[in-house]
Design a protein around this ligand. Structure first.
Ligand SMILES: NC(=O)c1ccc[n+]([C@@H]2O[C@H](COP(=O)([O-])OP(=O)(O)OC[C@H]3O[C@@H](n4cnc5c(N)ncnc54)[C@H](O)[C@@H]3O)[C@@H](O)[C@H]2O)c1
Length: 259
């Protein structure tokens, strides 16, 4: 049997697709035949990915908006037309020097806001905006990119982990409420990836004690790549995924295990 993942005729909105994991998903979904709406905050990133997908023979358009602005999300979805597949990928994991990473006991409530706004509210806003169209069509796929930190806990990243765990819970609720409409909702929980977000760690210090200590926790001793996520995401987004819903599936090189 040949398993062919065909997303022809589907319109897929991928948030935060201007680089990293989202960009990889835009490429994979484009190759599978979907019309890809490449969202990002940064128009130059979204436009570049649109060009790449088109150059590879796929269909793509850019959808520049901030997932934390519900009015902007709703306006974009109205302007673009019904979305069949939503990937809630835009995320805020914090950057070097960014407040909010550190011991929870030392943190300030204002530090938590950016994580919750992008990772939880962003997923809620986008999901809320696309669901009515999916119900009308009686078909839909919602994928949310979460983190193993939200499953296992993580020192110095409580707000991030809590925001991802909240988004994962949202997914389960959406799955229960909407399964009867032909809509599935699942989470993909990532371990440490090699994306622009984490590139400094790998590019400059691949042999550093810090990088080695991270990889020591992985059965497969390398960071993940966007391609590692793409096949599962495409499968879940296709008709082959019609009986998989409400799940959180780790793609994590064996960092942790789902029982
Ligand atoms: N990189 C990792 O190691 C890792 C690990 C676990 C989970 N994740 C999750 O995977 C997802 C993708 O991670 P990545 O490493 O590709 O991230 P990244 O930071 O490299 O790329 C994220 C993209 O999202 C865009 N973005 C950020 N905020 C946005 C907003 N409010 N509205 C629209 N676009 C916005 C950014 O401009 C950027 O282009 C995130 O949800 C992240 O939390 C990543």
């Amino acid at each position: 049997m040949t398993l062919q993942i065909d997303l022809t005729g589907r319109r897929a909105l991928i948030t935060g697709a201007g680089q990293g994991v989202g960009r990889g998903l835009a490429h994979a979904f484009g190759r599978a035949g979907a019309a890809v709406l490449v969202n990002d905050l940064r128009s130059e990133r979204a436009d570049a990915v649109v060009d790449e997908v088109r150059a590879a023979g796929g269909q793509a358009g850019s959808a520049v908006f901030d997932v934390t602005d519900f009015d902007a999300v709703a306006a974009a979805v109205t302007a673009q037309g019904a979305v069949d597949i939503l990937v809630n990928n835009a995320g805020n994991a914090g950057a070097a020097g960014y407040s909010g990473r550190g011991r929870f006991a030392d943190s300030d409530p204002a530090d938590w806001e950016p994580y919750l706004r992008v990772n939880l509210y962003g997923a809620m806003y986008c999901t809320r905006a696309v669901l009515p169209g999916m119900v009308d069509k009686q078909w839909g796929r919602i994928l949310t990119i979460v983190s193993d930190a939200g499953r296992t806990g993580d020192a110095n990243g409580a707000a991030y982990a809590a925001s991802k765990a909240g988004a994962a819970a949202l997914t389960r609720c959406i799955a229960v409420e909407n399964g009867r409409h032909g809509i599935t909702a699942n989470n993909i929980a990532l371990g440490t990836m090699r994306t622009p977000l984490t590139e400094p760690l790998w590019a400059e210090h691949a042999d550093s004690p810090q990088a080695k200590a991270i990889l020591q926790n992985y059965a497969i001793r390398r960071p993940g790549s966007p391609e590692d996520v793409a096949s599962l995401a495409a499968l879940l987004a296709s008709d082959h995924g019609s009986w998989i819903t409400g799940q959180t599936i780790p793609v994590n090189g064996g960092f942790s295990f789902a029982l």
